[in-house]
Design a protein around this ligand. Structure first.
Ligand code: C5P
Length: 223
């Protein structure tokens, strides 16, 4: 069994998708199941961390012992993260946050009519970007980049732009990687190195991410 090497470390994880309502019966969403975020929560908990999981809709059951903050929309996820940010040492954005939400949320069901329906969408806040701007020097920020092309280049760009300490890049078009699978093929990218990991379970990916987070924390305490 793994050692409890995250004892006393407070880890905030976002997981899953967002539902962005159009009206009382419809919403716009994406394919994220929450598996990666929940695997991270389980792994961190098993290693002794104090875990907060800000979770969008997911069919998964949060591991008992994890503080769960259930949310639905991107704005709610943003508020949940900002409320708990200060009390955490490590922030991991594993959620597939909705980039856009419908500009209007109708209180009545939208009736069908002849011709096309045009829905105007507006940008949701980029939670990771904002955390990167606000975080303290002692906080470690981890992002996920799900890409279908130019995977490493895109992930390096996001690491810089969002002022993250570590990015987990994966090519979601590959078999055994990405949404709805129990496995993933990722590259861990930080300012010092890039490590390609083979196909492995999301739970094992979670442990490898946490191993690197721990190293980054120790390096920081050395200086
Ligand atoms: O820019 P992109 O969406 O590819 O970045 C992915 C990373 O940023 C993930 O860690 C995701 O959780 C986070 N993100 C966020 N808020 C958004 C969009 C992405 O926190 N609105």
């Amino acid at each position: 069994p793994k050692v409890r090497d995250l004892e006393g470390v407070r880890v905030l994880i976002t997981a899953g998708r967002n539902n962005e309502p159009l009206d009382p019966v419809r919403f716009i969403t994406n394919r994220s199941t929450g598996r990666m975020g929940y695997a991270l929560a389980e792994a961190a908990l098993a290693r002794g961390a104090d875990v907060t999981l800000v979770s969008g809709p997911s069919g998964l059951t949060p591991p008992s012992g994890v503080r769960t903050v259930p949310v639905e929309t991107g704005l709610e996820m943003y508020a949940g993260v900002m409320e708990h940010l200060d009390a955490h040492d490590v922030i991991i954005g594993a959620a597939a946050v909705a980039d856009y939400r419908p500009k209007e949320r109708s209180t009545a069901k939208i009736k069908k009519k002849d011709g096309p329906l045009v829905i105007e969408m507006v940008r949701n806040p980029d939670i990771l970007l904002e955390v990167g701007q606000r975080k303290r020097a002692d906080q470690v920020l981890v992002g996920f980049a799900a890409e279908t092309n130019d995977v490493l280049e895109n992930a390096r760009g996001k690491l810089q732009r969002k002022k993250a300490d570590l990015f987990v890049a994966n090519d979601v078009s590959r078999e055994g990687a990405g949404f709805g699978t129990d496995t993933n093929i990722v590259t861990l990218i930080d300012r010092e190195r890039e490590v390609d990991l083979p196909l492995m379970s999301k739970r094992d990916v979670a442990d490898r991410v946490l191993d690197r987070v721990l190293e980054l924390r120790l390096e920081r305490q050395d200086v």
